[in-house]
Ligand binder design. Structure first.
Ligand SMILES: [Ca+2]
Length: 110
């Protein structure tokens, strides 16, 4: 049986992509830059209400991720914190899938 593990190389690449200003940390500014770039590439009007709402939701998401991943509470996510956070999510998802499988298994058994 092959044991699935989270791919650290993929997480490192993701971190580099999210780190829009290449500071070595993930901060709110990175998410702002990403969303601004997205608006430009999609040729969206940045004053558009829908875009503003989308941006707000996106930045709220950053706050939620930050609250969970920023282990030393310095307001930014280091590469290590990013990898730990994603490994945790991966393991939680794996555990949830396993439980679902077990439930289905038991259900069919009965
Ligand atoms: Ca931190």
């Amino acid at each position: 049986m092959k044991i699935i593990k989270v791919d650290v190389d993929v997480l490192n690449n993701l971190f580099d992509k999210f780190d829009a200003d290449k500071s070595g940390w993930l901060e709110k500014i990175d998410f702002e830059l990403l969303i601004e770039d997205l608006a430009i590439s999609l040729e969206l009007d940045k004053t558009n209400v829908e875009f503003k709402n989308f941006k707000k939701e996106y930045l709220d998401m950053w706050e939620q991720v930050k609250n969970k991943a920023d282990l030393n509470k310095d307001g930014k996510i280091s590469r290590e914190e990013f990898i730990i956070h994603n490994q945790k999510i991966f393991e939680e998802n794996l555990k949830a899938s396993k439980e679902t499988m077990n439930n289905i298994n038991e259900f069919i058994d009965d």
